[in-house]
Design a protein around this ligand. Sequence first.
Ligand code: ARG
Length: 457
Amino acid sequence: MKLWEGRFDAPTAADADAFNESLSFDKQLWRADITASIAHVTMLGKCAILTEEEAETIAAGLRSIYAEIEAGKLAVEGAEDIHSFVENELVARVGQVGKKLHTARSRNDQVATDMRLYVRASIDRAMELLKELISALIARAKETAGYVMPGFTHLRKAQPINCAQYFNAYSEMFLRDLDRFFALRKRMNVMPLGSAALAGTSWNIDREITRTLLEFDEISQNSLDAVSDRDFVAEYLFNASLVFAHLSRLCEDTILYTSEEFGYWNIPDAYSTGSSIMPQKKNPDICELVRGKTGRVYGHLMGILTTIKGIPLAYNKDLQEDKEPFFDTEKTLFNCLSIYTAIIQTLTFNVNAMFEAAGGGYATATDVADYLARRGMPFRDAHAVTGRLVRYCIEQNKTLPSLTLEEFRAASPVFEADILQTVTTRASAEGRNSVGGSSTAAARAGIASLRRRLKKY
Ligand code: ARG
């Protein structure tokens, strides 16, 4: 039965019904919808809008529907949307009194409330998964503090870095993502229920009662805005998009670093795939899929931004289009965060290969220039002297650490014997002891700082 058929002479066409329906996807809101209805009817009873007995009968009916869906005994089907489904089912169970549930309420404030409850729980889950990923990154950082690997800019070897510093960089990104979800949870935990269709209600309701029961921090202050606000959905999709920006970078690094060409890390067989034709292949499909799924999440963000643009106040059916992109995003986000946590936990490292590679490409040239500058030569001149040394190495097919003191001194008399130590890969990485830098001590301090900041959430 439709909730609104009284005004109509003829039934809606079958194709119109099929087009209009949302139950096929908004059934996912069933927990939120029933929970919010129980709170609403409890309030109606407390405010003497319904008798305590009527309210209790309705609440008991709602609880039984909840329990049966939970137990898999009641299929959620055969109605226009989740709200109609629950109400029809309620009336079927408790009779005419069930029809009083919708007093002082509209589906507009109802669906806005359901979505907030659902998104709020989804934020909590996203935060848990982000914390697990960050903990995995921190654990690997702790283990690899002191491993030297190449650091790149423009994907050209730049300076040696610390493996722990590398993992800490991603922890910093995901910590910002965590903070964005944390901030969103606070901002969005505002209850629209009680706004009714758009203008509020003439019933003497007490919104504080429903707010407390549903654990919202505040109640909305403008009914027109409250029924039509989906900013929180857009913000969730934006937060998820940035998580994917970070995940896809990590995927790209993983794919490169585990390739034959780089050979720094290995993905274990359990998280790799093969080729149907090339027997030798071990492919990083999981990383590629996570990187690829970034596209659909960004697409959903653009979708919701476009859906909410230009719709006149207040509720419009366009807003029903908030659900599918949201559900798909949260599913994609949860799947990718958990699978990537497993990848991080199981990566193995080719310590020597990373170390050897870190010394290649004249990666300690900055240390040579710094050496000269520390002894009074203007940095620009030191840069030029070192540049000539690098050119010399290229011509002679040598590396900077393999040069003799005489060769250094031929480039500048400022060089002393200690340059031979300064120019090594390890000395280079360990020398950068600035906060957040590549020394083992700085990387360990970075881990401690991350752990401290993680505790807030
Ligand atoms: N399925 C609808 C939605 O998701 C529920 C609200 C319907 N309200 C209305 N006035 N038709 O937005």
